[in-house]
Design a protein around this ligand. Structure first.
Ligand code: ZN
Length: 95
């Protein structure tokens, strides 16, 4: 099994303007690309996406599983667009 990790908040990602949604989307894309490459090489290895989130001094750091299938369902009609708030409906609803 391969575990792909992202972490948030990430100083480097923030510095280049990446949102958490973009980070998670990139993580899922990385999983899909890795799965394809592994299959091509004849290795049916399981790949999981994990996100390490620092919730501050009180709650500490926690690791969460990110379901690539659920993420794809959630973003299918609301694709992640760099530089745009996500989901788009929330951006429109905001005052
Ligand atoms: Zn970082």
């Amino acid at each position: 099994m391969v575990a792909l990790y992202a972490h948030a908040p990430c100083g480097a990602a923030t510095k280049i303007g990446m949102s958490l949604a973009q980070i998670l989307d990139n993580l899922v894309q990385a999983k899909l690309e890795l799965k394809q490459a592994l299959l091509k090489a004849g290795a049916a290895t399981k790949v999981v996406c994990l996100v390490h989130i620092d919730r501050g001094a009180e709650e500490g750091k926690r690791t969460y599983f990110l379901s690539a299938a659920e993420w794809q369902l959630m973003t299918r009609h609301n694709p992640i667009v760099p530089g745009r708030r996500w989901p788009a409906q929330l951006a429109k609803a905001a005052p």
